[in-house]
Design a binder for this molecule. Structure first.
Ligand SMILES: [Zn+2]
Length: 453
């Protein structure tokens, strides 16, 4: 695994040396984005910075407020469309003619946010993604199978191109090819690795016997690479899928502004290794309420501010991602690699504050998922008023597993409360309801319900 030329095994020293490496690149990037009068120069001015030389250290940089977030990104795109006739934002820092690749995310509002790449940005992206492919056990010359949505999404064309640049022959059927076609083309092409969302993997397992007359294990896939949805961090899912395919499973994030992370495929989950450390500062953590910087050390939790260190087109520069990350610094218990890892534990706008303890609904859901199959995995958090402040106890409704007899409910509820106490440092009030009570929705389920006044 890549170690960025840093050979220490002391966590504090490691972060200090990363900081040194980053700041050298960051100084150039600060001067570069400062030249962008339409957008970034204004943000610096608002923050009281009149010259790039005012930022003398990484700490100075970390004290700056966020300069970009989803809402500002979209606003910037609307303004550039109006003013210059392109949607890449007023923060497009390179000439439009040098933008050679475009990706987008649609988010929940349906409005796209675009990612623009110059040739150089694309080359670095391909290289960082190549580091992920290596950790997934893929070698140049291998056949890979691309079954993510095959469009302008980062995991779509951007990943497919990176696989080609790496030399790993992607078979690009894409999720929209449909389950029967994906299964048949895998039979024809015998890929070593499959790129797909967790929910697509579940469907392939279910439908392979009917569609191709054999289980997915017979396809000979050695490595599963997931993105787009949680799942790989949940032990019940991981065990089921790795057993069914006879393959290792990895989850990744990457493609945006030189970010690249991947889990290393062990039986236990230890988060995703950061493999773009020399090109991105992905976890400049701040307190989600006060927005003050949090010390970067093993176990730190906070909202991630994303800055690309060497990016030309329309770079993330102090971009508030809204992701709440937990950072690990040290030796990975599975693969032994020394470096930083992260887990995405929630979204800043979901955060609850229960008498000073920060609680993320997804973290509660993960604890409950640890009790499968005694529970179904469906939960709702019921609040009496608007978040984030919650008067204890935190009320959580948990659906019983399909076969759990009602006389066991009380015991399961107490054990979930106990486990929450150990992990979240709060004791929620758990109410068990019968299987099938909580409505299933397509896509992302809202975990929080607020009682009407
Ligand atoms: Zn590892």
């Amino acid at each position: 695994m890549h170690s960025f030329g840093i050979d220490t095994r002391d966590p504090e020293e490691y972060i200090a040396r990363l900081g040194h490496l980053r700041f050298a690149k960051l100084k150039r990037q600060i001067a570069y984005v400062f030249g962008n009068e339409d957008y970034y120069r204004r943000r610096f001015t608002e923050a009281g910075v009149t010259s790039p030389d005012d930022i003398r250290s990484l700490d100075d940089f970390r004290r700056l407020p966020a300069f970009l977030d989803k809402a500002r990104h979209r606003q910037s795109q609307e303004e550039s469309l109006e003013r210059y006739g392109h949607p890449f934002g007023l923060h497009l820092t390179a000439p439009l003619a040098s933008v050679v690749h475009v990706a987008a995310t649609s988010g929940t509002t349906g409005q796209p946010t675009f990612y623009a790449f110059t040739r150089k940005d694309l080359n670095i992206t391909n290289m960082v993604l190549g580091r992920l492919f290596a950790v997934a056990g893929i070698l140049p010359g291998d056949t890979t199978f691309h079954a993510f949505g095959l469009s302008l999404w980062l995991a779509g064309i951007t990943f497919a191109q990176a696989l080609e640049a790496y030399g790993a022959r992607p078979i690009t059927v894409g999720a929209e090819g449909g389950i029967p076609k994906i299964l048949r083309y895998m039979e024809y092409t015998r890929p070593k690795a499959l790129f797909a969302t967790p929910s697509l993997l579940s469907q392939l397992i279910e439908r392979a016997p009917a569609e191709i007359g054999k289980p997915v294990a017979a396809l000979g896939i050695k490595s599963l690479v997931c993105a787009g949805e949680p799942g790989v961090g949940i032990i019940a899912f991981r065990e089921r899928v790795t057993a069914a395919f006879g393959a290792k499973i990895h989850d990744v994030t990457g493609g945006a502004w030189h970010n690249g992370t991947i889990s290393c495929g062990g039986p236990d989950y230890h988060g995703m290794h950061h493999l773009g450390e020399d090109y991105v500062f992905r976890y400049d953590l701040v307190d989600p309420e006060t927005k003050q910087p949090i010390a970067i050390k093993d176990g730190a939790v906070g909202e991630a501010i994303h800055t690309a260190l060497d990016y030309e087109a329309a770079p993330a520069f102090r971009n508030a991602t809204g992701d709440i990350l937990r950072i690990r610094v040290g030796e990975c218990p599975h693969c032994g690699h020394f470096g930083t890892r992260m887990e995405i534990i929630g979204r800043a706008d979901d955060m609850l504050n229960v008498k000073g303890a920060k609680v993320y609904p997804s973290a509660v859901q993960e604890i409950v998922a640890g009790f499968l199959p005694e529970v179904s995995g469906q939960i709702r958090i019921r609040l009496n008023g608007p978040p984030p402040r919650v008067e204890p106890p935190l009320n959580v409704v948990v659906e019983a597993g399909e076969t759990l007899a009602p006389h066991h409910w009380e015991d399961v509820a107490r054990r979930i409360e106990q486990r929450s106490r150990e992990i979240l440092a709060i004791r929620p009030a758990i109410t068990i309801v019968p299987f099938g009570t909580l409505p299933r929705t397509g896509g992302k389920t809202k975990l929080i319900e607020i009682a009407p006044d």
